[in-house]
Ligand binder design. Structure first.
Ligand code: 2HG
Ligand code: ZN
Length: 477
């Protein structure tokens, strides 16, 4: 069991982290005490921020020797409290912020190696500077870091075409709990040499080791794109349109996002600079994007033709294809500002869930019925990544209702939503991870054999339980 570090252990940790490698003033530590959604407020005596892999290795070797718990932290944008220390004041935070070098871009190999503290936006820019695409894309990309993206197996808006973070990784460098370094920065597409060890650390939220660098897959840069905002009457029509567009546009279909009209209304009202080009006529809005590395792909025409055919089939109520980059950016801003609008609107209950794509209409319909029954103060805003089956089934507090009463309904609603999702063959965490928020639910709902395998892996790699305790795997009762 980990224990609280004493003064000499703290001094040794500072020395291990090297010059500029730690923060302990109240003001400097403050941002690390709480999570992005302000669900948790923890305490820590020290934030370590070594500058390189060797520094991380020295810190972890010491933590292992002294049995000090470590909470790895990237951009601190976790939705599940995955990077926040607990309330004990005994856990130290390990920020990967200074490991922010792009080590190598190899355009001919379609790969690049970046350190964990590189922001997702900086990684995208590094690829782009070599005429390549790193396709992971999400709202917090300016702040979120590659290490956190890996540790939560992040998703975002291009999963339909490129997969999640796990699908974009070729190799990893990881510091293990005893300070040893796993040097796995290979860029091979084919490598059948035993177990896929790197895969263990992806989605593990720093509970099995600390990722310090990754070799990532690159793709040809996009040279043509077409973006549209499409209005449809029902989620089923959206699903039918997805199949229609996949048939017409094939692999060029990169994004297929859904938002209810209420989400659009809120966003236009509460976030400066957001407009609704469709005029809020449709019940459901879709953001659709095609991209291709071929500048002559003629995607605007492909999109116009296929949407025209969808109108004739009665699938589409209204559609607007962006006529300029600025218009496409405005459509993206509308979609990406929905979480901010929801935040501004008031308290919310969030469920990041996935189901087989074909079950999405059923999830939305049954989920709305649950909210009506269980949360009289609530208003559903279910939006997200329809193209990959991930819905953010969120509920906002209606204005004029009591926030405490609304929030008190959270556990009962969550239980019902997760039951519904499980019944549909879905997952209680699609892309935001488990963190502290869902560790109890995972322990309760995961297949017992799978959970036992997870616990064996944890025991093998972190026998003293110093790595991000209480995250992903709740302490056994
Ligand atoms: C998104 O898709 C993010 O916009 C955030 O995953 C979702 O705030 C949310 O619930
Ligand atoms: Zn999302």
């Amino acid at each position: 069991m980990p224990r609280a570090p004493d003064a000499s252990a703290l001094a040794a940790l500072k020395a291990a982290a090297g010059q500029g490698g730690w923060l302990d003033s109240d003001a400097d530590v403050e941002p690390y005490r709480s999570d992005f959604r302000r669900l948790y407020r923890g305490a820590t005596p020290l934030v370590l921020q070594p500058a390189d892999t060797e520094g991380v290795a020295r810190v972890l070797a010491l933590c292992r020797r002294e049995r000090i718990a470590v909470v790895p932290c990237g951009g601190n944008t976790s939705y599940c409290g995955g990077a926040t220390p607990d309330e004990s004041g005994a856990q130290v935070v390990l920020s990967l912020r200074r490991l922010n070098r792009v080590r190598h871009v190899d355009p001919a190999d379609y790969s690049m190696t970046v350190e964990s503290g590189v922001t997702l936006a900086a990684a995208q820019a590094a690829a782009s500077a070599h005429d390549r695409l790193f396709p992971l894309s999400l709202g917090s990309e300016g702040t979120a870091q590659i290490g956190g993206n890996l540790s939560t197996n992040a998703g975002g808006t291009a999963v339909l075409r490129y997969g999640m973070m796990r699908d974009l990784v070729l190799g990893l460098e990881v510091v293990l709990a005893d300070g040893s370094v796993l040097h796995g920065l290979k860029s091979l597409r084919k490598d059948n040499t035993g177990y896929d060890v790197k895969s263990l650390f992806i989605g593990a939220e720093g509970t099995l080791g600390v990722i310090t660098a990754a070799t990532l897959k690159l793709f040809p840069a996009a040279k043509d794109s077409a973006t549209a905002l499409v209005g449809v009457a029902t989620p089923q029509a959206a699903l039918d349109l997805l199949a229609h567009l996949r048939a017409a546009a094939g692999d060029t279909l990169s994004t297929f996002e859904i938002m209810p009209r209420f989400a659009v209304e809120l966003t236009v009202r509460l976030v400066a600079g957001v407009a609704d080009p469709l005029g809020m006529d449709a019940a459901w809005y879709l953001l659709v994007e095609l991209t291709s590395p071929n500048p002559e792909a003629g995607l605007a025409a492909v999109l116009a033709e296929s949407l025209g055919a969808a109108v004739e089939r009665g699938l589409v109520a209204d559609a607007l294809i962006a006529a300029s980059l600025a218009q496409a950016q405005a459509m993206w801003k509308l979609r990406e500002s929905v979480p901010e609008a929801q935040r501004r609107y008031g308290a919310s209950l969030k469920h990041d869930v996935s189901v087989p794509i074909s079950a999405l209409p059923r999830l939305i319909e049954a989920g709305c019925a649950l909210v009506e029954r269980l949360v009289p103060e609530g208003q559903v805003i279910g939006y997200g990544h329809l193209g990959d089956g991930n819905l953010h089934f969120n509920v906002s507090q209606r204005p004029g209702t009591d926030a405490a009463a609304f929030l008190a309904r959270g556990p009962a609603l969550e239980e019902a939503v997760f039951d519904l999702v499980e019944g549909l063959g879905g997952s209680i965490s699609a892309e935001h991870g488990i963190g502290r928020l869902k560790a109890g639910e995972l322990a309760r709902r995961a297949d017992p054999v799978e959970l036992a395998v997870m616990r064996s892996i944890k025991a093998a790699l972190d026998p003293d339980g110093i790595l991000n305790p209480g995250k992903v795997l709740a302490a056994p009762r």
